[in-house]
Design a protein around this ligand. Structure first.
Ligand code: HEC
Ligand code: HEC
Length: 185
């Protein structure tokens, strides 16, 4: 019990609490590509509305620190403070995403559903939603994990085993899910 309290206090120090109103202001810098609500506006950018605080914080920090690289996001994240990252995570995570599968659920990629769901809504907090992302985006990320350009203890070994055809099939499955993203009051 005592240890739990100590760890919790340290966690709170390390990670500032996000302010949604401040995050909404900052989201003005993101809207051309991710929209104000986190619904992507360009095919190579992912939907980020309704992702968890953990996932958004982790990815923005990775772009800032250079452990994940992308010509656009590396520049965007370069000057963000921990507080701004927390604010942006609070804003974008404060959205609800709903997904509708119209194809036969038996077609869902079996290896993925334990964490990403049949409908592409994450089932574990550190995994992102894949629902409704473009097949270009999903394909690019799986190939980045496969080549080692993007590294993750779970995804790297999974992608290493995938053929181009399997990558394409998984990308097409999740890209085919219809989504809506709404702000939660
Ligand atoms: C010029 C377009 C552009 C702008 C502006 C932009 N992004 Fe991005 N963002 C992208 C692209 C493209 C990717 C995909 C990067 C990749 O392929 O690895 C991305 C990826 C991300 C991811 C990773 C999501 C995931 O599912 O892994 C997060 C989080 C993110 N952006 C947040 C933001 C925030 C917050 C802002 C504003 C402060 C912002 N972005 C501004 C284009 C942009
Ligand atoms: C055991 C859990 C688990 C399984 C199984 C799994 N994933 Fe993941 N996936 C994750 C986690 C965790 C991340 C976040 C990686 C990170 O933080 O960079 C992720 C990230 C991804 C991303 C990046 C998404 C984004 O928004 O940038 C894609 C694409 C992806 N997974 C596709 C798949 C596919 C396709 C399968 C099946 C072939 C699969 N995953 C199986 C846990 C899993």
């Amino acid at each position: 019990m005592v240890l739990g309290v100590v760890l919790h206090a340290q966690g709170a120090l390390a990670q500032p609490t996000g302010d949604r109103a401040a995050g909404r202001q900052l989201a003005g810098q993101c809207r051309t590509c991710h929209g104000i609500e986190g619904y992507a506006q360009i095919p190579i950018a992912p939907h980020i509305g309704g992702e968890t605080v953990e996932y958004i914080t982790h990815q923005l920090t990775a772009f800032r620190d250079g452990t994940r690289e992308h010509e656009m996001m590396t520049i965007v994240a370069r000057n963000l403070t921990d507080q701004q990252i927390a604010d942006l995570a609070a804003w974008y995570s404060g959205h609800s995403i709903t997904a509708e599968v119209t194809a036969d659920p038996a077609g869902a990629p079996e290896v993925c559903t334990a964490c990403h769901g049949v409908d592409g809504l994450h089932l574990i907090p550190d995994a992102p939603n894949l629902a409704g992302e473009t097949n270009i985006y999903i394909d690019t990320q799986l190939k980045a994990f496969r080549t080692g350009k993007r590294v993750h203890e779970i995804m790297s070994p999974i992608a290493a085993e995938m053929t181009d055809e399997e990558i394409r099939a998984a990308a097409d499955w999740y890209a085919g899910v219809k989504i809506t993203i709404e702000q939660v009051d």
